[in-house]
Write a protein that binds this ligand. Sequence first.
Ligand code: ZN
Length: 257
Amino acid sequence: MDRVINVNRGTYMLIGNYSTLKNTLSILFLFFITIVFSQPMTFTHNELSGIDTPKNSNNPFSLRGEVFIAFKKMQNAAALEGVHIKIVSSFRSFKRQQQIWNRKYTKYTNQELSPEEAINKIIEYSTLPGTSRHHWGTDIDIVLDVDSPPTSLLVPSNFDKNQVFYPLKKWMDANAYKYGFELVYTNTPNRKGFKYEPWHYSYIPIAKLMLSEYLICKTIHKLNQKNTSGSDYLSLKFINRYLKLNILEINPTLLSN
Ligand SMILES: [Zn+2]
């Protein structure tokens, strides 16, 4: 009887040890897979959605340090050729974007547009709070610094041939990439999403990584739009379509390979 018990106990112990070993190996294997295949995120949800101010952004435009340095280099090089670049918009917080959105929503719905129509009108040029590339401290809106600027600066035709900001466009087309900057919303035929913005440039070395983490973290699906006007109309279907067209139909250079 004792032997049987001993044998059973021994068998049980053996099985127990084997199970424990198997579990330990499984955990180690999963741990190994996690380490090898999941890259740690560089940016937080709050950085990606404009809730936090960009890190190392102690400059007049609240751009990330590396972006500001690259911009100054580009600005100095352009100035040597008589092209004086002026930033009119850079970092913008979630709260600021929400104010812009809500103001436009009120304006358009007061013009008898339905909530859906108002939202579609807003997203021709303006982003849903938490989805602006201006939240990242990597993107800038620029014009030419001239003595008599037009009343409305950010109008595409200002950048057309022979128009006031054309020298800037011409210089940027030839040189921006050398400093890490690229146009985001190009005038490529059939491109959907935000309209052509010849003034909006992004610093690729950082913005590309931010966009890829924005997608991995599903940041857009985790935003709190409680205080965003028309939020009842921001269905999952709308968000997915917005992600596909407004966030991703951009200059392909800014997308990860
Ligand atoms: Zn912009």
